[in-house]
Design a protein around this ligand. Structure first.
Ligand code: AMP
Length: 422
């Protein structure tokens, strides 16, 4: 026997039973973000590789080793998007959206990273991504974190905490980088090869290293929070005070660095202790300067992304809705009744009812069993006798009552009864 085909490793099917939960999350997100003035945007899954190299950064894990990159028929390097910020900025610049007044966006969709799959980490995963351009005020930074928390609250994700940090700016970060590089070079014997490699290009990432020996070596490392310029310091203080005003609980984590190069000032992560090694549910930050670097207007930006799979693992109290229930099951006996039933099905559906039938001819008993199995509200039984008299037997499944209806007004009556009961 041939081996059966499987989904690509790290890429998961979302089966109908789970899709309802996904839609619940997506609809709550759409609804909440709309209240904060965000509009939905959708961008292609494929982009020029250069877009990610220039935005996320050449020396990041994502660009160095996690992207699905290949060459198209014309020899151009393209990649499946590993995150959404770069694509949204690209679209904003390309369509000159700054001229339209649109400045707050969100995107829901799949991202791709070639990481080692494990619980909560996949190669195709889904993000809820939010971005706002052109607003410098720290009020927005705090509001974004408030919005992310409100969203998680609304969908029943508890037991997460918000960590906040500041990553400085082009005024204060370079000076700090040098101080940190000096410290790392002095401790180079205690660092893992990856961290040694990071020293010249991306020393801040050493704070992210999970190797215990590196963690120890960095215990006494200088912290950027102590090297901030006046503007960054005052921005950070304001963010914290707005968070307090909105009663958003947070902790300052001065060792948090985000995996992408473009962040300045505010960086934040929403973490949990319930997902083992994959403790980040979402994260984001400010990236003033990135839009200009990518060839667009000099507008500041800030955003965050939440991972839907991780949210799903943490959600509690979700009750599936019953919207997919079958309203009417047609039980049809004989060719003429089947033909008539086929037409009735379309009429009922047009009137808004959900209708199912056995397309293959089967016994009444077996059709009734199917009606039971799908949880139909009523079954409509039509055989040759009924057809001759232009009637149908309508069985109310839960009540166990059966009534006779004229075919001519059955549709209207069923709609009244079923919709009235909902
Ligand atoms: P990042 O863009 O790396 O900050 O990721 C934002 C969020 O996306 C994370 O906090 C996770 O919830 C989610 N995420 C990132 N990578 C993966 C992955 N490989 N599998 C599942 N979720 C992921």
């Amino acid at each position: 026997m041939r081996q059966s085909l499987q989904a690509v490793r790290g890429m998961m099917d979302i089966l109908p039973d789970e899709v309802e939960k996904w839609r619940f999350i997506e609809e709550r997100a759409r609804n909440l973000f709309r209240r904060f003035g965000y509009r939905e945007i959708r961008t292609p899954l494929l982009e020029a590789t250069e877009l990610f190299a220039r935005s996320i950064g050449e020396a990041t894990d994502i660009v160095e080793k996690e992207m699905y990159t290949f060459y198209d028929a014309k020899g151009r390097s393209i990649s499946l998007r590993p995150e959404a910020t770069a694509s949204i900025i690209r679209a904003f610049i390309q369509h000159q959206l700054h001229t339209t007044g649109d400045r707050k966006f969100f995107l829901l969709g799949p991202m791709f990273r070639h990481e080692r799959p494990q619980k909560g980490r996949y190669r195709q995963f889904h993000q809820i991504d939010v971005e706002a351009f052109g607003i410098q005020d720290p009020m927005l930074d705090a509001e974004l974190m408030f919005m992310a928390r409100s969203f998680l609250d609304e969908i029943g994700v508890k037991e997460v905490s918000l960590e906040v940090n500041t990553l400085g700016c082009s005024v204060c970060r370079p000076g700090f980088r040098t101080v940190l590089q000096d410290y790392l070079n002095a401790n180079v014997d205690h660092l893992c090869p990856d961290c040694v490699r990071r020293i010249p290009k991306n020393p801040l990432r050493c704070f992210d290293c999970k190797v215990p020996q590196c963690k120890e070596a960095l215990a006494e490392a200088p912290l950027l929070i102590n090297f901030l310029c006046q503007k960054c310091l005052s921005h950070f203080e304001s963010v914290k005070s707005y968070l307090e005003q909105l009663s958003v609980p947070y902790v300052v984590n001065p060792r948090m660095v985000r995996g992408l190069d473009y962040y300045v000032r505010t960086a934040f992560e929403i973490v949990t202790t319930h997902l083992g090694a994959q403790n980040a549910v979402g994260g984001g930050g400010r990236y003033d300067g990135l839009m200009k670097d990518l060839g667009g207007p000099d507008l500041p930006g800030i955003g965050f992304a939440l991972g839907i799979e991780r949210i799903m693992l943490l959600m509690s109290g979700y009750q599936p809705s019953r919207e997919n229930d079958v309203d009417v099951y047609l039980v049809l006996l004989g060719d003429s009744a089947r033909r008539k039933g086929f037409q009735i099905a379309q009429e009922l559906r047009k009137k808004g009812l959900s209708v199912e039938m056995d397309y293959d001819p089967k016994s009444v008993k077996s059709q009734m069993r199917s009606a039971d199995r799908v949880g139909a509200t009523v079954s409509v039984i039509i055989g040759d006798n009924e057809l001759e008299q232009s009637i149908a037997q309508v069985r109310f499944m839960k009540e166990g009552i059966q009534r006779i209806y004229e075919l001519s007004d059955m549709a209207a009556e069923l709609v009244d009864i079923i919709k009235g009961a909902k």
